[in-house]
Design a protein around this ligand. Structure first.
Ligand SMILES: Cc1cc2nc3c(=O)[nH]c(=O)nc-3n(C[C@H](O)[C@H](O)[C@H](O)COP(=O)(O)O)c2cc1C
Length: 332
């Protein structure tokens, strides 16, 4: 049974519900949805759900924090679009490490139309693994993506053609390292190739296309024997970007997740599709090489591929009953 949802500050219970639903539409590695929420009269709490971690591919829970950061960005943006200010405290209690953020909706203010646009884009954003059409992405849109990362205290560095070529090699190297690791494969098989009834994990219908023969960007293979990948990803260069942070603490990762989601929603508003290429940040020695490739000052957090793909179906989410914690008073 869904726990009773209390109004929070200016928001009535239906609005609180809509805010949590928006948060759950965030992307997460293998669609693990590693988050839980508590609603108290004073505000929203976002908790990590470590039981939904990925001990092999994400042993230090970096991607779990990115995913929760993305959910937090949705939550903040949905509150903003309802006309309230989401006052946010990250990692508020040292003695409660799973509590990642507290968000208190404060006095109503006129919503910023750009943020309302991002809030509207939340349900339209889907990971798109289809081949992307060749169409130059205007420099002004790339600048907007860079700005989106920076507002959330992360960075989207410019990569020249040589760096992109080296990055492509790192993707291949890390992809092959993962495919030769039986523990990775076991974890991978558990979370992917799910049928339509599953509310988490990656469904088989979300599989993309096969890499091109000439060694285009390698996308993860979500296909199954019953539903193999369709066609070759024969595409010219999509826009490939890396989001990096200047530190690699839990706080930096939580911020990077918010930046990732702000970049993804900015791309959605600009009519772009996106998919993730996270292999080179998941394999730690390759991540080190990527860090060097970026000049040594930034910690790479995620690699995104952007362009114009074909429409893709929605990937399911768990229900609110599964993600809501019982209400308890929020202290200080
Ligand atoms: C940190 C992170 C890493 C991800 N890595 C990959 C990846 O390497 N390949 C991929 O195809 N999808 C990747 N995804 C996308 C998830 O599979 C996707 O978000 C999830 O299945 C939910 O689908 P949706 O994004 O369409 O809502 C990643 C997502 C996150 C947040």
């Amino acid at each position: 049974m869904t726990p009773a949802i209390t109004p929070i500050g200016l928001l009535d219970s239906d609005q609180v519900k809509s805010v949590i639903s928006a948060a759950t539409l965030a992307p997460s590695t293998h669609n693990t949805q590693p988050w839980r929420f508590r609603c108290t009269p004073a505000g929203f709490e976002l908790h990590a759900d470590p039981e939904r971690g990925l001990p092999v591919v994400d042993a230090d829970q970096r991607e779990l924090l990115l995913s929760c950061g993305a959910a937090l960005f949705n939550l903040r943006t949905a509150i903003h679009a309802l006309g309230a200010h989401p006052a946010t405290t990250l990692l508020p209690r040292r003695d409660e490490p799973t509590l990642l953020a507290v968000v208190r909706p404060f006095a109503a203010r006129r919503p910023d139309p750009r943020l309302v646009g991002l809030a509207d884009a939340i349900p339209r954003r889907h990971t798109n693994r289809t081949p992307f059409e060749t169409a130059t992405i205007p420099a002004s849109v790339v600048a907007e993506l860079r700005h989106a990362a920076e507002i959330e205290q992360a960075w989207l560095p410019r990569l020249d053609a040589h760096q992109l070529e080296l990055l492509r090699e790192l993707v291949l190297k890390s992809h092959q390292a993962q495919l030769s690791n039986p523990e990775f494969l076991a974890e991978w098989r558990y979370w992917t190739g799910r049928d339509r009834r599953s509310r988490d994990g990656v469904p088989e219908y979300a599989a993309g296309a096969m890499p091109a023969d000439d060694g285009g960007w390698i996308l993860r293979d979500f296909g199954t024997r019953r539903s193999p990948r369709r066609g070759r990803i024969d595409e010219d260069d999509p826009l490939v970007v890396v989001i990096g942070s200047f530190g690699d603490t839990r706080l930096d990762r939580l911020r990077a997740g918010q930046a990732m989601q702000r970049v993804l929603l900015t791309a959605t508003v600009a009519g772009l599709d996106a998919s993730f290429i996270s292999q080179p940040v998941e394999v730690s020695d390759v991540r080190g090489e990527l860090r060097t490739l970026l000049g040594g000052g930034l910690w790479p957090q995620i690699v995104l591929r952007l362009g114009h793909g074909r429409p893709v179906p929605w990937t399911p989410r768990r229900s609110l009953d599964d993600v809501l914690l019982d209400e308890e008073p929020m202290s200080a």
